[in-house]
Ligand binder design. Structure first.
Ligand SMILES: CC(C)(COP(=O)(O)OP(=O)(O)OC[C@H]1O[C@@H](n2cnc3c(N)ncnc32)[C@H](O)[C@@H]1OP(=O)(O)O)[C@@H](O)C(=O)NCCC(=O)NCCS
Length: 195
């Protein structure tokens, strides 16, 4: 870890009041091209979009969490359906963004397991992420939490003037594929994506 670990990280469900802080984190990473973000946004994410998406996720039992350090929003994470088709309703894809002043301090190492637990608790069985091959922090974070590299999608992104691959990572949640799923079905289908 590049920075001293922060010992007290609190994870909770995000609230409307967190939207400005989450947007600031998001826009910082957009402008620096980290993670799955690039330098191009057809429609820049606005506070109202984030509020609407957050509410929609909650309605569909999809966790949307923030990590707080001494009352400051130090990161956020959420999951959306992996695919909208009904057969995929137990699989999620997730995103996590840590405030640039708090990266490398262990915040992701606290926030991502909390997101995994929340998703498992809601009955989801698989979690999928897409990571830029140059994003060592994200690869290390995910692999340390049991995500396996399951694929490499060549040249699927165009960021800052070049084609970029995506590493696909996956981890089972709860009993994974060892038991049939629970009885809830339609809850997540139709949810829109998030940012
Ligand atoms: C990627 C990201 C979520 C990781 O969260 P973080 O809070 O910075 O990571 P942590 O401090 O919890 O560290 C997690 C692991 O990654 C390692 N790590 C952290 N930063 C690293 C870096 N720059 N290079 C290599 N490894 C790194 C840590 O040593 C730790 O490993 P360990 O658990 O074996 O000790 C965060 O840096 C971030 O938001 N980056 C910008 C946006 C982004 O890339 N999002 C993910 C898109 S897939």
């Amino acid at each position: 870890m590049s920075n001293p670990p922060i010992t007290k990280v609190t994870v909770r469900a995000s609230a409307d009041a967190d939207v400005p802080a989450m947007l600031a984190i998001y826009h910082f990473h957009v402008s620096h091209g980290l993670g799955e973000l690039g330098d191009y946004e057809a429609e820049p994410l606005e506070a109202d979009d984030m509020r609407r998406r957050r509410k929609n996720m909650r309605k569909h039992r999809l966790p949307h969490l923030v990590a707080e350090v001494e009352g400051i929003v130090a990161g956020y994470a959420y999951a959306v359906p992996f695919r909208k088709r009904p057969a995929y309703r137990y699989a999620l894809k997730h995103s996590i963004y840590i405030h640039h002043l708090f990266t490398g301090c262990g915040v992701g190492r606290t926030l991502l397991p909390a997101l995994m637990d929340a998703c498992a608790g809601a009955g989801y069985r698989q979690m999928i992420g897409y990571i830029d091959p140059g994003n060592d922090a994200s690869l290390k974070l995910h692999e340390g939490l049991g995500f396996a590299r399951v694929g490499l999608l060549p040249s699927v992104a165009y960021k800052f003037g070049k084609w970029v691959d995506s590493v696909m990572v996956q981890r089972a949640l709860g009993p994974g594929a060892t038991t049939p799923p629970g009885s809830w079905v339609e809850a997540v289908v139709g949810s829109d994506g998030g940012k």
